[in-house]
Design a protein around this ligand. Structure first.
Ligand SMILES: [Zn+2]
Length: 61
């Protein structure tokens, strides 16, 4: 698993903070609502200040 560190804007801190970023590919859905997101790569970035996670899909097309 690749983990990188980068500076992102945190909505909760309302400023730029250091984030831990890792890529996840979810191969199984946890809820019915997530089925459309299954098997797609996500970028999960966690604020090192407040711990808030921001999840973004990699392919925004
Ligand atoms: Zn934060």
């Amino acid at each position: 698993m690749t983990t990188t560190s980068r500076t992102n804007t945190c909505d909760r801190c309302d400023r730029k903070t250091e984030h831990t970023v890792r890529i996840e590919v979810r191969t199984e859905s946890q809820k019915e609502e997530n089925i459309k997101f299954s098997r797609e790569p996500y970028r999960v970035s966690t604020c090192s200040e407040c711990g808030t996670k921001q999840v973004q899909r990699m392919n925004n097309a």
